[in-house]
Design a binder for this molecule. Structure first.
Ligand code: PEP
Ligand code: MG
Length: 895
């Protein structure tokens, strides 16, 4: 016989915390607490398998469920000494949903179930009439709302009218007789709205509520929530039926919620609130101001209302001890709901408490130091993404905010500075030591120098994946994008919003964590990289296998990468080094030259600049590996856009602007993604690759001469599709190495590898590996060229496709085995097959995505590389992935 129902109460339970999949989170924890001997009101849980059966069988229950529920109800009656529907000692119950993970959008709770015209009298006799009829009307309202679908405003209106008729203002002025009269009215409302009387039979009530919980699993809100959080529909929900306890039985009763540690700071101190003579929903409803639990908290808040510690010391100390027990047992900070009924303490629920990033860090480190958990467990306890909040300056929580407008929180952190509207101005002003915020309608690759110079970026157009957003995240700068209510006027150099006008030079603050744009400067809090953060990172570094590198090309990014613990540079995009003002002209000269001689003339100007760039990187990275990628983008990205720029280049080259314009047009790449770019540039214009390779080898030789330590650059060839391309470029690099070796009297030490960023390259990985000492997965291009998009989003995708004719691939989708990740896995296997010691890494944006990092660990990559500010996140995620890989999967879950 299948078991559909699990009992708990009185120090025992048929379930346990491990049975979360079957009993839901709430049911599993109630069972666990009962077994621990904690005072949990007795009850029972209908399993998630009942829900699965319900939907698999046309919304019907298993045959033996009725009998099992009746049996469980008898057990609860025995444990409470009460009887369901009894006219002298009635058992009242709460009915709650409870999936594996907490899920707003589903039916929450029906309280006081079992009340009817008879049992309400018994309740009145045991307590008082006012309490009994108030409970009954709450029950009718909740039940009618969540089970019968009667809109609550019907009841709320009735109460308001009733109070007006009697001249009352507060609910507390209503007498028992008043509530009894309202109960009669409520029943009339139900009958009017539903065409049937309010159910009086407690069994009917119970099955109605159970059905409503199962039905709520498929409400549109619940379905949407599941979709957003990737919860599968197959989970189903459990139903918890539990004896009622009352926090509203007078002044010796109370109800409250507590966190075992402070959820916002992580401080190890009981934190929470309570209300005397109240039921659970009153604490959250905000009608009465809840009081502090502890005297310490009351002193801190300056409240004149007594703390629970003072008002009900016995219950308080009992509760405190239970909180300690729960924390020790679950080895995590708990969020606990309790009720005190006439002096007796009951625990209604416990679960892991939600917390800020700051609190998560402190709690994990403290608990490890208290030896409640191991350092490895502490590492597993912190969500890597929550570190993001801690790595940037943030606005002081106490600071006043003068809001101008709001956009998307595109890149975390906050910064203040003077408004500038152009990248050149940003660069000039920052050169004069000013702090500036670059305000643009949107940004493009030519704005990079201004973005670098600015403290933060604000755009009025574009989303979370706009150029501004992606680049700002990469640079670790705060960014608010798409602030559509703010209007930018480049001509007048003003920014206006809601009737306010700010001009160039005015100070604003950009809060990339919330998307807010504020007038003036605001007090900031600096990130704390030592202390708890340092401790956790130390433990993470001990636990991880994969190396973590950074994508960086400027000295500032390289310094930041090192300070965040990067173990090398995984991608230096050399094209980013050519956008600065003094270089772009030489670069354009090189591109627009009609022949090799012209190109070599321009390249000769670029060589010393490029060499200096590499010297700086090698010096900063001191012996750590540095992967330098040869020029990648289609050449037209460097070309002049304005007549003025064109004239500058023409002058430098001593040619007619018109001739230049023709050449620029001819160079315009028809297919910027797959066309004439990457290694194909090196094949068409070998002198470009040779010059870059020479710059690398000369820089390495210079730094070696200066420090006495060997520098071993890794030279990376982009966008390879076939091994022939790679061997062609490799021979150019070898030629440069040979030449520099002859000149300097010592052959350079280096390796050559390739990006794997095209599906074809992934499939050809065995052949390519013959010529590559390393692969770095370029998942930005690989995702797009594979049409990788998140499966859940196919409807938006198709809508976009239908509207625009473009199939947008999502570069931010997490990589796994059934998508773009499959290509990575294939390339890994084939690459290793051909060259067992090939070094494998990833350098697309995904290298900083914790879930993708988990996948990289599974397939055994050697390193991940991400933007500097993501390095700590990647270190933690890599550690978690390694720890999870070593945990026996049999340890968790009930299977
Ligand atoms: C990639 O394609 O993933 C990559 C790292 O190169 P880029 O983003 O420069 O195209
Ligand atoms: Mg690429």
């Amino acid at each position: 016989m299948a078991k559909w129902v699990y009992n708990f109460g009185d120090g025992e339970a048929e379930g346990s915390a491990e049975m979360r999949n079957l009993l839901g989170g709430k049911g599993a924890n109630l069972a666990e607490m009962a077994s621990l001997g904690l005072p949990v009101p007795p009850g029972f849980t209908l399993t998630t398998e009942v829900c699965t059966h319900f939907y698999a069988n046309d919304r019907t229950y298993p045959d033996d469920l009725t009998e099992q529920v009746a049996e469980a109800l008898r057990e609860t009656e025995r444990r409470t000494g009460r009887k369901f529907g009894d006219e002298t000692m009635p058992l009242l119950v709460s009915v709650r949903s409870g999936a594996r993970a907490s899920m707003p959008g589903m039916m929450d709770t029906v309280l006081n179930l079992g009340l009817n015209d008879q049992t309400v009298e018994a309740l009145a006799a045991g307590a008082d009439k006012r309490f009994a009829y108030d409970s009954y009307r709450r029950f009718i309202q909740m039940y009618a709302d969540v089970v019968l679908g009667v809109d609550v405003h019907n009841f709320e209106e009735r109460i308001e009218d009733f109070k007006d008729e009697r001249g009352y203002t507060l609910d507390t002025e209503l007498s028992g007789e008043d509530w009894a009269e309202l109960v009669r009215d409520y029943k009339v409302i139900v009958e009017r709205e539903r065409g049937a009387p309010f159910p009086q039979d407690p069994d009917d009530q119970l099955w109605g509520a159970i059905g409503a919980v199962f039905e709520s699993w498929m409400t549109p809100r619940a379905v949407t929530y599941r979709r957003l959080h990737n919860f599968p529909e197959s989970w189903g929900t459990a139903v918890n039926v539990q004896a009622m306890v009352f926090g509203n039985m007078g002044d010796t009763s109370a109800t409250g919620v507590a966190f075992t540690r402070n959820p916002s700071t992580g401080e190890n101190a009981l934190y929470g609130e309570y209300l005397i003579n109240a039921q659970g929903e009153d604490v959250v409803a905000g009608i009465r101001t809840p009081r502090d639990l502890t005297e310490a908290a009351r002193n801190a808040s300056g409240s004149d209302q007594p703390s629970l510690e003072k008002a009900m010391p016995d219950a308080f100390w009992g509760f405190r001890t239970i909180c300690e027990t729960l924390e020790r047992h679950y080895r995590d900070m708990q969020d606990v709901e309790f009720t005190i009924e006439r002096g007796k303490l009951w625990i209604l629920q416990t679960r892991s408490g939600k917390r800020t990033g700051r609190a998560a860090l402190k709690i994990a480190v403290d608990m490890a130091e208290e030896e409640l958990i191991t350092p490895d467990q502490a590492v597993l306890m912190v969500d890597p993404m929550s570190l993001d909040q801690l790595l940037h300056p943030t606005i002081d929580p106490g600071a006043k905010r003068d809001l101008i407008g709001t956009g998307l929180p595109a890149s975390p952190g906050a910064a203040s500075g003077e408004i500038v509207f152009s990248p050149d101005e940003a660069e000039n002003a920052s050169g004069q030591g000013k702090k500036v915020i670059l305000v643009r309608v949107e940004t493009s690759p030519e704005d990079i120098h201004g973005m670098h110079a600015a403290e933060a970026i604000l755009t009025t157009r574009g989303g979370m994946t706009s150029h501004a957003a992606v680049v700002a995240r990469g640079m670790g700068k705060p960014c608010v994008s798409g602030a559509g209510t703010i209007k930018v006027d480049y001509q007048k150099e003003t920014l206006s919003a809601g009737g306010r006008v700010l001009k160039k030079g005015d100070i604003i603050t950009v809060d990339g964590g919330t998307g807010q744009v504020l007038a003036g400067a605001v007090a900031m809090r600096q990130p704390e990289l030592s202390g708890d953060f340092g401790r956790l990172m130390e433990w993470a570094d001990q636990a991880r296998r994969m190396r973590v590198r950074a994508n960086a090309e400027t000295p500032a990014d390289a310094e930041a990468a090192r300070s965040f613990g990067a173990e090398g540079i995984g991608l230096c995009r050399t094209e980013h080094m050519f956008f600065q003002e003094e270089r772009i002209v030489a670069m354009r000269e090189m591109i627009l030259a009609g022949d090799e001689i012209g190109r070599r003339t321009a390249l000769a100007k670029l060589l010393p600049m490029q060499r200096a760039d590499f010297v700086a990187l090698f010096e900063i990275m001191k012996g750590l590996p540095v992967t330098i990628r040869l020029l990648d983008p289609p050449l037209h990205e460097f070309l002049p856009n304005t007549d003025e720029e064109l004239a500058d280049v023409a002058k430098a080259m001593n040619v007619e602007p018109e001739k230049l314009r023709e050449r620029a047009l001819a160079l315009h790449e028809f297919n910027p993604m797959l066309g004439h770019r990457g290694c194909r540039l090196a094949i068409s214009y070998p002198e470009i690759a040779e010059t870059q390779a020479r710059a690398i080898f000369e820089a390495a030789a210079d730094v070696e001469a200066e420090t006495g330590e060997t520098v071993e650059p890794e030279i990376m060839v982009p966008l390879v599709a076939t091994v022939t391309e790679l061997t062609r470029v490799r021979s150019l690099i070898e030629k440069a190495a040979h030449a520099v070796g002859e000149e300097r009297g010592k052959p350079p030490t280096y390796t050559v590898g390739t990006m794997i960023e095209l599906p074809r390259a992934a499939l050809q990985a065995d052949a390519i590996a013959e010529s590559a000492e390393f692969f770095s997965f370029g998942t930005n291009d690989l995702t797009q060229t594979t049409f990788g998009f998140s499966r859940d989003d196919t409807s938006t995708l198709l809508a976009t496709y239908t509207a625009t004719g473009i199939l947008p691939a999502d570069p931010f989708v997490t990589l796994d085995r059934d998508g773009v990740g499959e290509l990575i896995q294939i390339a890994t296997e084939r690459g290793r097959g051909a060259r067992p010691d090939i070094k494998l890494g990833i350098c697309g944006e995904h290298g900083g995505d914790p879930a993708t990092i988990g996948f990289c660990e599974e397939i055994g990559l050697d390193y991940v590389s991400c933007s500097p500010f993501r390095v700590p996140i990647a270190r933690l995620a890599a550690a978690q992935a390694a720890l999870r890989a070593h945990t026996d999967p049999g340890d968790a879950g009930d299977g």
